[in-house]
Ligand binder design. Sequence first.
Ligand code: DGT
Ligand code: CA
Ligand code: CA
Ligand code: ZN
Length: 576
Amino acid sequence: MLAELVTLTSLDEGSNQSFKVRAYEKAARSLEADGRNVAELTGTELNKIDGVGKATASKILELVETGRVAKLETLRAEYPPEIVALSRIPGVGPKTLKIMRAELGIENVDQLRAAIADEKLRSLPGLGATSEAKIAKAIDRLGLTGKDRRTPIADALPLAERLVEELAELPEVIDVQFCGSLRRMSETIGDIDITVSSEDPPAVMAHVLAMGAVDDVVVAGATKTSFLTTTGLQIDVRVVAPEQFGAATLYFTGSKAHNIELRQRAIDRNLLLNEYGLIDTSDEDLDPAERPVVASRTEAEIYAALEMEFVPPPMREGTGEVAAAGGDGLPELIEREHIRGDLHYHTARSGDGRSSVEDMVAVAAAQGYEYLAITDHGVDLAINGSTADEMLEHREHIAEVAKGYPDLTLLWGCELNIGGTGGLDYDADFRALFDYTVASVHSHYDQSVVKQTDRLVAAIADPTVHSIGHLTGRYIGRRPGIEIDYDVLIDALLAYDCALEVNGALQRLDAASDVVRKAVDRGVKLVINTDSHHVSELGRMEYGVRTAQRGWAPKDLVVNTWDRDRFLQWVNAPRG
Ligand code: DGT
Ligand code: CA
Ligand code: CA
Ligand code: ZN
């Protein structure tokens, strides 16, 4: 609720820095840090939380008591999903959007495109031909056209996980799985597909219609319900019989290309594959309803019956995985349980870090990690970075905390900032003191491919750099990130034995899976990290692993699957 208020109030006030917007943001953080169940707090208790004002507290009470918030409803009516989508286009801030709406009547992406084509945007106050061209390019790169509007995975996956959890608790539900592009870990999602197995579909459907996420119902059938959330995202829920669950999840996970190849493989074996099962069609005299079902209960049984290895969902894109799984075999793929440490990890030492060293190390140790690199921001990152003296003090602090964890190797690291032309923080001698570094881009997103590639190569070639973090600096669906010549990049990573990060933050998933696959083909080392800034963010490791799977990453190329000795040998090897 608060996140939505932040978005819509920014649009309403024409600024994301207004007093109200910042108050909502601050309240959201305070409530998260507080940790108690917000729905169980009284008004007095809410007011007592530092950072939660009266107005916010009363909205929370209103939501808990009535399930709605009047102010939010008013804002939603005024700023429908199409307008919110417009505001996510780089270059279209809340202020610009307000002017575009008032002066040109632009209410959606198609109308914005038309205005750009007519060169009308450049005549608005504060805009010009350059910003017009920049917005046009951003629209193209983000694929934001008309009904193809897609939702960033960061907005869809947490919601799907919550819905699946809620459905799993129903006594009538035997099994439940989100499928479709979301299960394949696509970066953007058209709609969410949820498959439920139950003997009592009407009971499940009745519950679905009563769920809090439902805004508008599109289809309310006996075994399928489609609805829209308040943000305009469509969710399809289908209920199937328990013995058909595997066939249904396989079908609805797709991709379409993967399914087509599987069906062909079935036909070659006198079998028929559909959403109900894998069926033996060899006896042509049998009535179709009587044909024997070879497999249908689990996906694993179906793959086995097709004489294939199980294909992990992120790989199911019809790009060679069916041939590999049915032939020479898939690579020994990275799995979450192979991960032995996190190597991009912030603490309150960073301006944007929100948990103490003690707390961050405690949750990492609870994951069973063998090693951990604490990589707070270097001095060049305005506001968030630390001076050399602060970093030296931080080293003592980390060493002190390390005494409590004899089985965990704590590395004093740094997230170096790659400057516009490839420069890094501090001087080379100081950088060399760090046990481990990750270097990443946080600014200068609008340079040419050549300049961006050069700056990355300069960082990779630096002897104090172990890895490159969140490669492009993108925020999926919001900021495209830098453009890179990948062949040159990969050559440099190989030449300097530098690892490429797969950042598990859902807004980033950077390097992207297609880049990971290119790197893997050439044998580039990878590292999968959470880039955590708070104790609640360790679950990102799972998303990073799934993104790496989507890029066909084998376990052995991922340096943070290596045992401590092998890992430290790589870290301490001379480079540059
Ligand atoms: P999305 O929602 O656009 O991000 O992408 P998907 O892959 O989730 O596609 P969606 O929601 O239209 O359908 C879910 C899955 O259902 C899809 O991945 C495969 C399966 N499916 C849907 N339509 C067809 C079809 O015409 N043929 C085949 N073979 N499979 C289909
Ligand atoms: Ca879908
Ligand atoms: Ca669908
Ligand atoms: Zn960073």
